[in-house]
Design a protein around this ligand. Sequence first.
Ligand SMILES: CSC[C@H]1O[C@H](OP(=O)(O)O)[C@H](O)[C@@H]1O
Ligand SMILES: Nc1ncnc2[nH]cnc12
Length: 287
Amino acid sequence: MNSHADIAIIGGSGIYDVTLFEDPQEIRVETPFGLPSDDIMVGEYDGTKICFLARHGKGHRISPSDLNYRANIYALKKLGVSKIIAASAVGSLNRDIAPLDIVIPDQLYDRTNSRKNTFFENGIVVHMGFADPFCPGMSEILYDVMMSRGYTAHKGGTYVCIEGPQFSTRAESRVYQSLGFDIIGMTALPEAKLAREAEMCYSMISTVTDYDVWRDEEVNIASIMENVAKNTEAVKDIIASSIDGIQDIQECTCQSALDGAITTDRSLISYETSRRLDLLLGKYMEE
Ligand SMILES: CSC[C@H]1O[C@H](OP(=O)(O)O)[C@H](O)[C@@H]1O
Ligand SMILES: Nc1ncnc2[nH]cnc12
């Protein structure tokens, strides 16, 4: 079986499969960090090899704090993926961004507190630049496709990632809103950091489901899931229409993010550590 894929789709809440594939196969991918959230569907779309992973697993079994983000990203890397399109359901903190709009965020603010956020440990230190956490080239393509297909799209915006699984208090929500953050969710981090450490382009399609609680409204899961469902076909359409352009991205700095970032003296990195991380580090170990 050919299990190679160039582009991965990570489906968020409400997106547990994509009906895009010709000839799909589900495969279990083992990693040094354990198993990803579920088996990964690998197939082709219009001549491009793509794959799909349900972030929370099929049936939405895994909470944001319990997700094995490292296994998810590593498994995609192992399949050969160089570009990830991630979908995430978010609340809006911005008056100009309404439920059912779609945002392509360009910034992240980290409010998580209990997640493994690096592949590099056990005797290796990597300090990688992360000033611009999303791939600008891929984000541009996603936004252009959304505009050309008539969706209400927002280019850029700051996604504040909370630990969850509880939604925010009103005080927290008002602080995030007054700080100028645009959208709020629970999963973009450490996913985006790990994708960058794995030198993969990563962009996000954030579908807005609610106004969080800064405007005296309430958040409830039933109406969030209702709004997610209203946008599912749009997300699939945007992805399908973007694949050609994304496949054409040839060189991107995301794909050399570790260049100059490995701080540890190579001769002091143990055989076990370098072997475990060979997929990520191999090309830099000769320096
Ligand atoms: C279903 S509401 C809260 C839940 O939805 C989002 O998940 P995802 O980013 O995977 O679409 C949000 O981040 C929370 O995890
Ligand atoms: N208001 C909200 N807070 C955090 N994550 C969300 N996902 C969807 N809506 C959300």
